[in-house]
Design a binder for this molecule. Structure first.
Ligand code: GLN
Length: 447
């Protein structure tokens, strides 16, 4: 598959032939279930470079479901700012990527359309929740895609599938038109074949947006023109934290450190305390926000209405369309926000969040970037993740970054037999440094 950078050099008619070829290939690989439906050619998008969009990002006049039955029949009345910005840069939305329902999951097994398969080994999950976006890029049926990352949903599927995924700093990319799961944690970001393409897409979709009050008052980034693989950096490693990973992931971590040292970077040892609390803090906050954000899907304001004898029936019937995982999170989220428990859970989680932010800030006072694995394991086989708790625990390396609002990029450091990704975590709004670090490592590894 052509990279995004290469596709940008094509003429309009060549782009149209590329799209036709892609439709053919997507049909051939339908078994992967990365695309929710086969994309169609559209007159208005003629000559524009096709970008696959996760099914929780609005594209005007297109269907959008967040892989949930409750949104069946919904058509977006407007485009997300990120999508509008693609369109202004001679790109267009092309296809809807499968995902875990409302972004809640780490395997893309929790979609109403059925699971997506990992093209590296079709008995394994592609990761999640942006599993369709990552699987399609890995399988050469998308040039690049947009996903969303609330607690790792861009980086972790990128790691499991062997592609690049970038989670921008909170506020860097407008969330206008991204269906809210946990508003204080999530960002839209690119999933691409390489670091250059991630940088190109970040520069396009970033920048202040007056439709999102949490977007930072900053111009779009210009990272691509400044990409510099020659910078020598101070890279912090967190050895204690990595002891929790499977042996193959630990080995990949130490091999990567060696490579980075040989490249001339200086490695410093740092510590992240109380990492056991990351998961609890994240899931309390994410579920609390999810329960508030999903309250609007009641069959009256939003959602595919299923009526009944009275109003209560209507609410019950309509909201019963949510899958098990989503229902569980709405219940737990309502619980931690309830008056008797608010201080014990929600408030405490917010305090832990602040401590995590401070710990990252103190590590960044000594280094330029932090190196961590993306996931403690390689992609598991289907149904291997037995309980929700087990699934939550596998988010250990990604969620702290969202709690602190930091940027991070996932890059494959092992491709075979199964991909393993490492992430560079950067300081607030310093996407340039993590892109530089990843670009240099990518070149060195010859990916
Ligand atoms: N796996 C995490 C969750 O289920 C993260 C998902 C995401 O980033 N959207 O919440």
């Amino acid at each position: 598959m052509l990279t995004l950078k290469q596709a940008m050099a094509l003429h309009a008619n060549e782009i149209e032939s590329l799209k036709e070829q892609m439709i053919h290939d997507i049909k051939e690989q339908q078994e992967l279930n990365a695309y929710i439906e086969i994309p169609e050619l559209n007159e208005n998008d003629k000559g524009k470079i096709p970008i696959l969009i996760k099914d929780n990002i609005c594209v005007k006049d297109s269907k959008l479901t967040c892989a949930s039955k409750i949104l069946h029949g919904y058509v977006s009345p407007y485009s997300a700012t990120a999508v509008a910005k693609l369109q202004d840069s001679n790109m267009c939305a092309f296809g809807r990527a499968n995902m875990d329902e409302f972004g809640m999951g780490s395997t893309t097994e929790k979609s109403c359309y059925g699971r997506t398969k990992n093209s590296n080994d079709t008995s394994r999950v592609p990761g999640g929740s942006s599993g369709g976006s990552a699987a399609a890029v890995a399988a050469n049926i998308a040039i690049a895609s947009l996903g969303s990352d609330t607690g790792g949903s861009i980086r972790q599927p990128a790691s499991y599938c062997g592609v690049v995924g970038l989670k921008p700093t909170y506020g860097r990319v407008s969330r206008y038109g991204l269906v809210a799961y946990s508003s204080s944690l999530e960002q839209i970001g690119p999933i691409t074949q390489n670091v250059e393409d991630a940088s190109i897409l970040l520069d396009i979709i970033s920048g202040v947006c007056n439709k999102d009050s949490t977007s930072a008052n900053l111009l779009p980034t210009k990272t691509f023109d400044k990409l510099n693989p020659k910078r020598l950096l101070k890279i912090a490693i967190l050895e204690d934290f990595v002891k929790e990973a499977h042996q193959v992931v630990q080995n990949a971590y130490y091999d990567t450190i060696k490579t980075l040292e040989n490249m001339g970077h200086s490695i410093i040892k740092a510590q992240m305390l109380d990492t056991a609390h990351h998961i609890s803090a994240y899931y309390i906050i994410a579920m609390a926000e999810a329960s508030a954000n999903l309250a609007r899907f009641d069959g009256v304001r939003y959602g595919n209405r299923i009526g009944g004898q009275n109003l209560q029936d209507l609410y019950f019937n309509t909201r019963a369309q949510f899958g098990d995982e989503v229902q569980k999170r709405i219940l737990l989220g309502s619980f931690v926000l309830s008056s008797g428990y608010y201080d014990a859970y929600y408030l405490k989680a917010q305090k832990v969040r602040e401590l995590i932010r401070q710990q990252y800030a103190s590590i960044f006072s000594e280094c330029d970037v932090i190196l961590l694995p993306v996931a403690p394991n390689v992609a598991p086989t289907f149904n291997a993740t037995k309980s929700s708790l087990e699934m939550y625990l596998s988010d250990i390396y990604t969620i702290g970054v969202n709690l602190a609002g930091l940027p991070a990029i996932s890059l494959p450091v092992v491709k075979k037999p199964l991909p393993i990704g490492m992430q560079f975590i950067g300081n607030m709004f310093d996407e340039q440094t993590i892109l530089d670090a990843a670009f240099a490592l990518e070149q060195n590894l010859g990916n």
